[in-house]
Design a protein around this ligand. Structure first.
Ligand code: ADP
Length: 320
């Protein structure tokens, strides 16, 4: 059994990372294990921004978005020298295992660190994109989807009043999960995702026909990886001749108080991560499958690409 562990958040922040950190810390302390917090991801690991944590250090954070530990992107960690320095900084403090909460990049870094140094590492998927292979859920995706729905509801009101086409660009460079989920629940007519090709000319013709039949407004949700909202909006307005407006939600999607689902699931994952790392397990990521917490091989999680559920894609087209 390990006597001292550390926890960090890394890469893009997501709502619920605090709930996960809190669960890791309190579960470890409950088991009588020393816990260190690392500020600013791998950057803090290399710059020795680490502190011993007590239960009260994670008080009053479960309701907050972002990550109180701070997060960062760190180029130096992508080099073997950088990772060796990180390892040394852990060993110098007697830290025997590390919990990394982050997206696929952070988990990839964690996997390499463990491979090179043998230090036990357990990952938790923290990203609004819901794109970590092996898990149907990542920490923060639910809150982000709800933030988009809130925007869609507001955009519908104004779109309907003016008979406009609204193009809403949401996050998702290589994953359309957010666009697809928010689009289905927001009743979007068209959902454009990086996983699927689309023909904008065909969409424009289809839109024109819908307007001629009396449609009042049309909502298009586009993931950033499937095209720039402003370019798509301009094209629609020129080609279809429809009054079109574009909104880009941007970083609003990253923030906000985490939803009930994100708080509960992040807490469950945090507990599992702490118990696993304490017992000496390594190279796993905890996620969800059919509603249950499951462990996923870390190497598999970072080398496979998660696919967008084809049922979502089918449903979106039927309901549009
Ligand atoms: P996310 O975790 O949200 O996907 P990034 O992809 O930016 O965010 O990854 C966060 C950090 O993880 C990077 O800044 C880098 O320090 C580390 N990292 C990412 N990919 C690798 C890799 N292939 N090797 C080592 N470290 C990596």
């Amino acid at each position: 059994m390990l006597k001292s562990i550390a926890v960090m958040t890394s890469g893009g922040d997501s709502p619920g990372m605090n709930a996960a950190t809190r669960a890791v810390v309190r579960t470890a302390l409950h088991a009588g294990v020393e816990v260190w917090g690392i500020h600013n991801g791998y950057h803090g690991l290399l710059d020795e921004e680490m502190f011993r944590m007590e239960s009260k250090d994670v008080g009053d954070i479960i309701q907050r978005g972002g990550t109180f530990l701070g997060t960062a992107r760190c180029k130096r960690f992508s080099t073997p020298e950088g990772r060796m320095l990180g390892y040394k900084n852990l060993v110098d403090r007697g830290i025997q295992g590390l919990v990394v909460i982050g997206g696929d990049g952070s988990l990839r870094g964690a996997s390499i660190l463990s491979e090179e140094t043998g230090i036990p590492i357990v990952g938790l998927p923290g990203t609004i994109d819901n794109d970590v292979w092996g898990s149907e859920y990542t920490i923060g995706c639910d809150t982000a989807a709800n933030t988009i729905i809130d925007a869609i509801n507001k955009l519908r009101d104004t779109a309907s009043a003016h008979r406009r086409v609204i193009v809403l660009e949401v996050m998702g460079r290589s994953s359309g999960w957010l666009a697809m989920t928010a689009g289905i629940s927001g009743g979007a007519e068209y959902i454009l995702v990086p996983e699927e090709e689309y023909d904008l000319d065909e969409i424009c013709d289809d839109m024109k026909a819908s307007y001629e039949k009396g449609k009042r407004y049309i909502l298009v949700v586009v993931a950033e990886g499937a095209g720039k909202g402003y370019d798509i909006g301009k094209y629609i307005s020129e080609r279809a001749g429809l009054d079109t407006r574009v909104s880009k939600l941007g970083h609003i999607q990253r923030g906000g108080s985490p939803s009930v689902i994100d708080r509960v699931k992040a807490s469950q994952l945090g507990e599992h991560a702490a118990l696993a790392i304490i017992s000496g397990l390594s190279d796993i990521v905890f996620g969800f499958d059919r509603g249950h917490v499951v462990s996923i091989n870390l190497h598999d999680a970072v080398t496979n690409k998660k696919k967008l559920n084809p049922e979502f894609m089918r449903l979106a087209k039927i309901l549009a």
